[in-house]
Design a protein around this ligand. Structure first.
Ligand code: NDP
Length: 309
C-alpha cells in the first residue's frame, strides 16, 4: 500500500486554551487505537471564530470541539444542529457529516452516558445545583431521557429561572426553581442529586456547597461535574452516608468518547482517557503545579490572568 502522510484533523477552538487538558485525553485515545488522527488545541479569539471555522472547512477537518466563549457564537457558522444542541442553543462539538458541519452538545450527553452506567434517570426525581452552561446541558439531557422532575437550585434567580423555563417550555420534564439563599436540605424524595456548579474545582478544592450533608441518604445517587479533583468534598460526604456516587471525570471522559465517535466512527476505550486525565490531575503533576502557580488571587485578577495565558 502507498504510504499516506495525510492525517485526519480534529481540534478545539477556545480562549483561553492553554489549560484545557482535552488534547492529552483525545490524542491518548488516537494513539491507543492506532488512528492516524490529530487533535489540535487552538486559542481563537471571538473576532477570529468565523475565520477559524472557515479554516477548518478549507482543511477538511473531521470536526472540532469549541469551548468558552464560542459555544453560542459558533452556531451561525454551522449548517445544522443536533436535537439537544438546538434546545440548549449551545454547541461544544462540531462534526462533519458529508459536506455539512453539524453542531452537537456532548456536555450533557457525557454526563448521561456516565449516569446510565449506574442508574436510568427515566421517571426519577432530580435535584440539580447550578444554572450555568453545564447545568443547562445536563438538565436538557436528563429531561430528554425522561426524568420526571428537575429541581434547579441556584443563587442567581434570573439565571435559575432561565433554565427552568427552558426545561418546562421545550421538554416534557416538570422543572421548578429553588432560590439558594440559605443552607439547602435535600428533600428525602430526591433520587438523583447533581452538583453542576463550579464549587470545588481545583485549585479551590476546599470550597463546599451550602448544603446540609446530613440530608443525603442511601437511596440517592450523587453526581459531581467537577472533574478535578475527582473526589470532591460532595462525593466524600455522600459516600460517607451510603449514597452511590459519580465523579466529574466520567462526564469529561464520556463526552470525549462521544466526540471521537462522531468524528472517527470508532468507539474508543474510555479507560485510556480516564487514566491520562488522572495522571494529569495528580497534585504533583507539572500541569497541576502550573495551574497553582498562576491561579488568580482575587476576582479582579481573572481578566488579567486570562489575558496573560
Ligand atoms: P458557569 O460559569 O456557566 O456556571 C457556574 C454555576 O455555578 C452558576 O450556576 C453559579 O451560580 C454556580 N456557582 C458558582 N459559585 C457558586 C457558589 N459559591 N455557590 C453556589 N453556586 C455557585 O459554569 P459552567 O456551567 O460552564 O461550569 C460549571 C462547572 O462544570 C465548572 O467547574 C466546569 O469545570 C464543570 N464542567 C465539567 C464538565 C465535565 O465534563 N466534567 C463539562 C463542563 C463543565 P450563580 O448563577 O448563582 O452565579
Amino acid at each position: 500500500m502507498a504510504p499516506n502522510f495525510l492525517s485526519e484533523l480534529t481540534g478545539s477552538f477556545a480562549m483561553p486554551a492553554a489549560e484545557n487538558p482535552t488534547v492529552a485525553m483525545i490524542e491518548a485515545a488516537y494513539r491507543h487505537h492506532q488512528l492516524d488522527w490529530r487533535y489540535i488545541n487552538c486559542e481563537v479569539t471571538p473576532e477570529n471564530l468565523a475565520a477559524a471555522v472557515a479554516g477548518a472547512r478549507a482543511m477538511n477537518w473531521a470536526g472540532f470541539n469549541c469551548s468558552l466563549p464560542h459555544k453560542v457564537a459558533v452556531i451561525r457558522h454551522l449548517d445544522g444542529l443536533g436535537e439537544s444542541a438546538s434546545i440548549m442553543g449551545a454547541v461544544n462539538c462540531v462534526a462533519r457529516r458529508g459536506t455539512s458541519y453539524i453542531g452537537e452538545n456532548t456536555d450533557g450527553k457525557g454526563f448521561l452516558a456516565s449516569l446510565r452506567e449506574v442508574v436510568d434517570p427515566a421517571g426519577r426525581s432530580v435535584v440539580m445545583f447550578g444554572a450555568g452552561g453545564a447545568a443547562r446541558a445536563i438538565g436538557v439531557e436528563l429531561a430528554l431521557a425522561e426524568a420526571a422532575s428537575i429541581t434547579v437550585v441556584n443563587r442567581d434567580p434570573i439565571r435559575g429561572k432561565t433554565v427552568v423555563d427552558l426545561l418546562n417550555e421545550k421538554t416534557a420534564a416538570k422543572a421548578e426553581l429553588v432560590e439558594w439563599s440559605m443552607t439547602y436540605p435535600v428533600p428525602a424524595a430526591a433520587e438523583i442529586v447533581v452538583n453542576a456548579t463550579s464549587v470545588g474545582l481545583f485549585p479551590d478544592v476546599d470550597a463546599q456547597l451550602d448544603l446540609d450533608f446530613e440530608t443525603l441518604g442511601p437511596g440517592m445517587l450523587v453526581a459531581d461535574v467537577i472533574p478535578n479533583p475527582p473526589r470532591t468534598r460532595l462525593i466524600r460526604e455522600a459516600e460517607k452516608r451510603g449514597c452511590k456516587v459519580l465523579d466529574g471525570l466520567g462526564m469529561l471522559v464520556n463526552q470525549g468518547v462521544i466526540g471521537v465517535k462522531y468524528w472517527t466512527g470508532v468507539d474508543v476505550d474510555a479507560a485510556v482517557m480516564r487514566r491520562t486525565l488522572l495522571h494529569l490531575f495528580e497534585p504533583k503533576s507539572s500541569w497541576s503545579q502550573d495551574l497553582l502557580a498562576n491561579r488568580p488571587q482575587a476576582a479582579g485578577d481573572i481578566d488579567d490572568y486570562r489575558n496573560k495565558r
